[in-house]
Write a protein that binds this ligand. Structure first.
Ligand code: GNR
Ligand code: NI
Length: 163
């Protein structure tokens, strides 16, 4: 089932997501629908926040052929190192791309769809994407890192597009 995506500047994108207590079938159904929505968009990541579920769950696939689905529940960055600039986009901010500086190497700890803990080392696009998605769970958008002037221009552009 495709889920509707929230668009900037929707205030619900600012909600802080709560940890998932139990990884059950209702969570697994949401994961399935989030993958479907992400692949359909198409995007390389999707946070539950973006589909108006305010729980700590993200799905990612940075491959070109949908071969590397990754689901992270209650993700936590436990190590960060180095700097990396990347031209980022967001399904909640359509047709807008800007360069953001992130950590280049991260180690993340999370639960999988079975509720088991795992750790993952990530860098480059995968690392950027994980950091972008965890930000969503904290109500943060990549545009928050841009200058006030760029944010003002984006808001004006967004208002124009709506009319
Ligand atoms: O599809 C997406 N592409 C992307 C490109 C560069 C940096 C981050 C991303 S994530 C984005 C999908 C999305 O909005 N996830 O929240
Ligand atoms: Ni996004």
């Amino acid at each position: 089932m495709l889920l509707p995506i929230l668009f900037y500047p929707d205030k619900r994108l600012r909600t802080k997501a709560v940890p998932i207590k139990q990884v059950d079938d209702s969570i697994r159904t949401l994961v399935k629908n989030m993958f479907e929505t992400m692949y359909d968009a198409p995007g390389i990541g999707l946070a539950a926040t973006q589909v108006n579920h305010h729980i700590r769950l993200i799905v990612i696939d940075v491959s070109e052929d949908q071969s590397s689905p990754l689901c992270l529940i209650n993700p936590e960055i436990i190590e960060k190192d180095g700097d990396l600039e990347w031209d980022e986009g967001c399904l909640s901010v359509p047709n807008y791309y800007e360069c953001v500086t992130r950590a280049n190497h991260i180690k993340v700890k999370a639960l999988n769809e079975q509720g088991e803990t795992f750790e993952l080392a990530a860098s480059d696009l995968l690392g950027v994407c994980i950091q972008h998605e965890i930000d969503h769970l904290d109500g943060i958008l990549f545009v928050d890192y841009l200058s006030k002037l760029k944010q003002k221009r984006l808001l004006e552009k967004t208002k124009k597009a709506k009319q």
